[in-house]
Design a protein around this ligand. Sequence first.
Ligand code: FES
Ligand SMILES: [Fe+2]
Length: 335
Amino acid sequence: MTGYVKNLWYMAAWADEVAGDVLFTRTLLDQPWLIYRKDDGGWAMLADRCPHRFVPLSMGHREGDVVHCRYHGLGFGPDGRCVHSPFPGDPPAHVSAASMPIVEQHRGLWFWPGDPALADPATIPDFGFLDADAGMRRGHLRIEGHYELITDNLMDLTHAEFLHVESFGVNGSIFHGEQTVWHEDDGAIWNNWDMTAVEPPEWSKPMLQPGDTVDQWLHMRWHAPAAMALTVGLARAGTQRADMVVPSMMNPHIITPETATSSHYFYDHEDNDAAAEMARQVFIDEDEPMIEAAQRALGSADFWDARPAILKTDAGAIRARRALMQLRKAEEAAL
Ligand code: FES
Ligand SMILES: [Fe+2]
């Protein structure tokens, strides 16, 4: 777990990925972890590696909140302490599995790899729009790319005009848009595009009169390390955004490092097959190959050492990279 900012909340999974009594496993920040729902409805997160001979604890089984290793039978509680030995006498007090604070918020499971005393769930970024049962289906995708390359992708939506022309039916309106990048006190960085009286996207034309123009906005909010929320709006031009063509939408784009060169991508879409197919096309056919190609081209080189050209349209992405670098340096300096 080197190179990551520790004192931050990261998303491990959607809560509904961890169904029933299963011992759910996922590699996060370079290490395999085991996640399970406790009998009291809370959550536990243990290293998926027995401290005795390193086998995955997920090869074992649960009895209540205790995970029993399949190799020599030690049992570990939700805080990682060894609470069961198959031999007479007390369980060995010096044996414990690593554990991390984990909480459920906004349908996600968020973990804190840093100092547990600093883990305040109030600092989990606000994804309250996910709490409503708005008929959405949540998805998870692995991408073979560094998580900051995915932040670059999401904080610079101009790529949609090239990569998502077929899926989104965009038509160059962002080239007539105004970009605003700003910082909030809680560390959020916004990269907003606002388009005024532009040609509507293809998919919206059946809802408009011929010749109608629209106001369109794409507002992306970022929180460290890579938790993003996109607001999309489309209103009939000249109505001060009051006459919406469709209700404005908010979607999560939450990225968690799996390793230094691979990432978990958490997203959602409307709960129907057409929306699922659209998400598949956008994320898997269009974004994923491009991000993976960027990762392959970069190899193990550091992003800044590779001397990337910086464009004005990168302003939000670069601010996010700088903010994360400052957090990383502050933690390193405090060591
Ligand atoms: S490896 Fe788990 S108890 Fe020995
Ligand atoms: Fe994209």
